[in-house]
Design a protein. Structure first.
Length: 102
């Protein structure tokens, strides 16, 4: 098990992670650190816990937005697929009706 030191805001934290995951953890922490720096720039000094909670809230908001966008895309795709299926079914019914009438 590896130990990696990650900077988030003004503080460094030590975490254990699976061997080989150190770089991935550092990339994730870099994203969180960028958010922390933006928060500090816009809001000024914050207690460590408050800053981390605020980052969590921002991430939760992003997750919610992405879920809504994804759900809307899935719904739109489903509606499009249903319309195409109905169109194909209508063509088959027309063909059957023509064959029965002939």
């Amino acid at each position: 098990m590896a130990v990696v030191s990650l900077k988030i805001g003004p503080k460094a934290y030590k975490f254990s992670c699976a061997d080989g995951q150190e770089e991935h953890m550092q990339q994730l922490a870099a994203g969180l650190n960028a958010r922390a720096e933006k928060l500090i720039q816009s809001l000024g000094f914050m207690q460590e816990g408050q800053m981390l909670a605020m980052i969590c809230l921002l991430l939760a908001e992003e997750k919610s937005k992405l879920e809504k966008e994804t759900n809307a895309e899935i719904l739109e795709k489903s509606e499009s697929q249903m319309a195409e299926a109905l169109k194909n079914l209508a063509l088959k019914i027309e063909t059957l009706a023509e064959n029965l009438g002939a």
